[in-house]
Design a protein around this ligand. Structure first.
Ligand code: SF4
Length: 338
C-alpha cells in the first residue's frame, strides 16, 4: 500500500495552495424519505419502499424544508443540494420548492434529483447553481449489480445539456470498489468537466447486504488521490454520527483531521440539527482546528437571531410563515438542549 502519510502531505500541500484553510459544513436538504426506484442495494430507501404505500405520506412539509434552509443560512451551512424527491413531486411542485428555498437562502441552489429531463431542467434553471449526479460507484460491473435501475448514462446526458450550470457527482466508498477503479473516477470527472464531488463512507444499513463501512485509511486514500489529481476541484466529504461518535467501533480515530489533510473543502452528512452541540459535533470542530483549518460554519453555537423577524421579512404567504415560526421554535429547542 502506498504510504498514506506521504500521500497526505502532498494532498495537504496542494489543497492549501489552491483552496486556503477555510472549511464549511454542507447540508443536504431532504424533500422526502421515499424513492420511486428503491432498488439500489446499499440504500436506506430501498429498505423502506415496501413499507410506504402512499408516496404522499413520505413527503416532508414545505415549512420544515424552509426552516432548515433558514437555519442553514444563519449557521453558515452551505446547502449542498436538495434531494430525495425524485418521483414524488410534480415538476410544478419542485419549481415552487426550489424558488422558495433559493429565496429563503438568498442564493441559487444545487439539486440532486436524478437525471432530470432537458425540458424540466430549463424550468428549474432560474433557481439553480448546479446539478449533481449520484453515481455511487464508478466500477461499471459493480454499478450494474448495486444500482440495477439507475444507469450512469442518463446522468451524462443531463450534463451534456446542462449548459452553464455547475456539475457535481456523489460517490460512496465501501461498496466493493478497488483502488484500480480510481482511473474510472478520474476519467468521469474529466470527461464531464465536474467542478465538485461529494464522497461518502458507506453507512451499512440493516436490511441491505452490507454490514460494515470502509476503514478510515481506505476512505481518506480516495480523497487524497482525488485532491492530488484535481487541485481545483471542490471536495465535500461525508461523515456520519456513528463514525464520529463511536470511534472505537468504527476505528475512525482522527478521521475528520485526516479528511482535512486529504484535501476536503467541507464536511457533510453529519445530522447537524439532531446532533447539534453534542460531543460528536464538538469533536468535528476540534479536529478541524487541529488540522489548522478554520471552520466557517457552526455545529455547536446557535447565533442570536430574531427568527420571527427573519421569517416576517420573507415574501411567503402568511400561513406558511406561521407554520415556520412554530417549527423553528421546535428545532431551536431541540438544538439548544445538549
Ligand atoms: S440510491 Fe438513490 S436512486 Fe437508489 S434507491 Fe437510494 S434514493 Fe433511490
Amino acid at each position: 500500500m502506498e504510504n498514506l502519510k506521504e500521500l497526505l502531505e502532498e494532498s495537504n500541500k496542494i489543497h492549501l495552495e489552491n483552496h486556503g484553510n477555510k472549511v464549511w459544513f454542507g447540508r443536504c436538504i431532504f424533500l422526502s424519505w421515499y424513492c420511486k426506484l428503491g432498488t439500489c442495494k446499499f440504500c436506506f430507501r430501498s429498505t423502506q419502499k415496501s413499507r410506504i404505500h402512499d408516496e404522499k405520506t413520505a413527503r416532508r412539509s414545505l415549512s420544515s424544508v424552509l426552516v432548515e434552509t433558514l437555519l442553514s443560512k444563519k449557521l453558515n451551512w452551505k446547502i449542498e443540494f436538495l434531494t430525495g424527491g425524485y418521483g414524488i413531486f410534480s415538476v410544478k411542485e419542485l419549481i415552487d420548492i426550489m424558488k422558495k428555498v433559493s429565496e429563503v437562502y438568498g442564493e441559487k441552489i444545487w439539486i440532486n434529483l436524478g437525471a432530470v429531463e432537458k425540458q424540466d431542467l430549463e424550468l428549474f434553471k432560474p433557481y439553480l447553481k448546479g446539478i449533481v449526479a449520484s453515481i455511487e460507484t464508478v466500477n461499471p460491473e459493480l454499478h450494474n449489480k448495486i444500482c440495477p435501475d439507475k444507469a450512469i448514462q442518463p446522468y451524462e446526458k443531463m450534463f451534456s445539456y446542462s449548459k452553464d450550470l455547475k456539475k457535481s457527482m456523489t460517490i460512496v466508498i465501501g461498496l466493493g470498489e478497488k483502488k484500480e477503479d480510481f482511473e474510472n473516477l478520474a476519467e468521469f470527472i474529466e470527461k464531464n468537466k465536474l467542478e465538485r464531488i461529494t464522497f461518502y463512507a458507506l453507512k451499512p444499513v440493516k436490511g441491505t447486504p452490507y454490514t460494515k463501512g470502509p476503514t478510515t485509511e481506505d476512505y481518506v486514500w480516495w480523497i487524497a488521490k482525488t485532491r492530488i489529481r484535481f487541485p481545483k476541484l471542490q471536495i465535500i466529504t461525508g461523515t456520519t454520527y456513528n463514525r464520529v461518535a463511536e470511534i472505537e467501533k468504527y476505528n475512525t480515530k482522527d478521521e475528520i483531521y485526516l479528511l482535512m489533510k486529504a484535501g476536503a473543502n467541507a464536511i457533510t452528512k453529519f445530522p447537524a440539527t439532531k446532533k447539534f452541540n453534542t460531543e460528536a459535533a464538538k469533536k468535528i470542530e476540534a479536529q478541524i482546528k487541529k488540522a489548522d483549518r478554520v471552520f466557517t460554519s457552526t455545529l455547536t453555537k446557535i447565533p442570536k437571531v430574531n427568527w420571527d423577524k427573519e421569517i416576517d421579512s420573507l415574501s411567503l404567504d402568511e400561513k406558511l410563515k406561521e407554520q415556520m415560526k412554530i417549527q423553528i421554535k421546535e428545532y431551536l429547542h431541540r438544538m439548544g438542549k445538549e
